[in-house]
Design a protein around this ligand. Sequence first.
Ligand SMILES: Cc1cc2nc3c(=O)[nH]c(=O)nc-3n(C[C@H](O)[C@H](O)[C@H](O)COP(=O)(O)OP(=O)(O)OC[C@H]3O[C@@H](n4cnc5c(N)ncnc54)[C@H](O)[C@@H]3O)c2cc1C
Length: 286
Amino acid sequence: MLVSSPRSLEEALAALGDGSCRPLAGGTDLMVAVNHGHPMTSDVVSLDRVDEIRGLTLDGDVVRIGGAATWTLIADEPVRSTVPALAQAARTVGSPQIRNAGTIGGNIATASPAGDSLGVLAALDATVEVRSASRTRLMAIPDVIIGPKVTSLEADELIVAVHVPVVRGWQSYAKVGVRNAMVIATVGVATVVNEEARSVSFGLTSVGPTPLRCPDAEVAACEAFWTLDGTPRTPTARDIGHIAELVMEGAQPIDDHRSSVEYRRHSVGVLAARHLRTAARTLREQ
Ligand SMILES: Cc1cc2nc3c(=O)[nH]c(=O)nc-3n(C[C@H](O)[C@H](O)[C@H](O)COP(=O)(O)OP(=O)(O)OC[C@H]3O[C@@H](n4cnc5c(N)ncnc54)[C@H](O)[C@@H]3O)c2cc1C
């Protein structure tokens, strides 16, 4: 196995060009797989020195996060104040060591149903910028992540950036796990209340084969936060209970070593209701 260490994006894409190599970013998924007996059969292109895709910039109402940006970077400013749900998700990933190494591109490319960024990015309608030596594709999360641990990325493609809209309103990410830190999500819920678009979106993690949105709950939440003529209103306890039920119905949980169908379904309802209560209170007080 050969490891190359390109110093520019152009060199990295050229190295991936014939489809026989795979990218290595933080190695916190890839090397774990190797340690668990999945031998590395291809050569490796390390992204460690490709500075063009390791940073992030705030450009108007979009944060452009490099594909090899670490969780430590994403948990801090300017993401913390512009896309707080993503910064919250970043803070829940692993330990400080994992957050210093692990990257958003690696999280997306691994496409684990439990990936903490994925529900947030789905709820925010983020766009993934994917490049090869010859083309660029801008893709929505559901077009990239097409199954559990399955993506539509070609072997010569790299996630070079994630474009995340800055939304005025309220947003949060919360996760349930078997302990308080260093834990893979049993359930994760991202909620985004967009005051400009007058929309509410939910992105669910770990309760489906891919990150899930909840269209029925989103319509009901929209009606609970705004009247038909667009006037803001405060959702009632009954509204919130109804929306949480719809979120629970939208989940597609399975039984596995981390949890049961029943517990997962119950938990998404609890987290969604908690988010909606906090969003309603925060927006009312503004
Ligand atoms: C102890 C521990 C705790 C963890 N806790 C969490 C957690 O709480 N939440 C969570 O979501 N995850 C967690 N993880 C998983 C992992 O840290 C994340 O998924 C991380 O974001 C992976 O990024 P990476 O840079 O390390 O990916 P790598 O391991 O380098 O790569 C993973 C996969 O993505 C591909 N890849 C990497 N970068 C790119 C790119 N730019 N374009 C295309 N393909 C690419 C690689 O070829 C490989 O297939 C944990 C892992 C460990 C070991």
